[in-house]
Design a protein around this ligand. Structure first.
Ligand code: ZN
Ligand code: ZN
Length: 149
């Protein structure tokens, strides 16, 4: 029986292919940032990833973190979201889902709606090729409702 490759092994392979195809250097920083991104919970910002690298004793510049996250988006490994916050959030591209965002506390909950998200991505939009969706439903979360009762 063959061992299934783990998610991080697959993603490392995806990054290697992307770097090779684009004649980019396979620097250890790029792989270290990828591993941290997978480790972090969903929807992290540049600062969060930068701080996580620092506390793991891995010193890279904030610019390197930013550039690498953008590169991982290019490679289709991460999705970039522009939620209500002013900083882009990234998450490992594990398929599209809805994001329920609380207007009061900013909490983000994910809901799988495979029918809806796959429909969004299979629509014919002329010459536009859909890649992922970033669907947001705003409202008030249960915790904030309880606080205001
Ligand atoms: Zn809330
Ligand atoms: Zn998400």
């Amino acid at each position: 029986m063959q061992n299934q490759p783990s998610e991080i092994q697959l993603l490392r392979g995806q990054l290697t292919d992307f770097l090779q195809n684009n004649h980019l250097r396979k620097t250890p920083e790029r792989y270290a940032i990828l591993e941290k991104a997978v480790e972090l919970s969903a929807h992290f910002g540049v600062d969060q990833l930068y701080n996580a690298m620092e506390s793991a004793g891995y010193h890279v510049s904030r610019a390197t973190v930013y550039n690498t996250l953008e590169l991982l988006c290019e490679a289709g490994i991460l999705n970039r979201h522009l939620f209500a916050t002013n900083q882009a959030r990234y998450e490992v591209a594990r398929g599209s889902h809805l994001h329920l965002i609380c207007r009061r506390c900013g909490a983000i909950r994910e809901v799988d709606e495979p029918d809806l998200t796959s429909r969004l991505l299979s629509e014919p939009y002329g010459d536009f090729i859909p890649e992922y969706s970033s669907t947001i439903v705003y409202g008030i979360c249960g915790e904030c409702q309880a606080k205001s009762r």
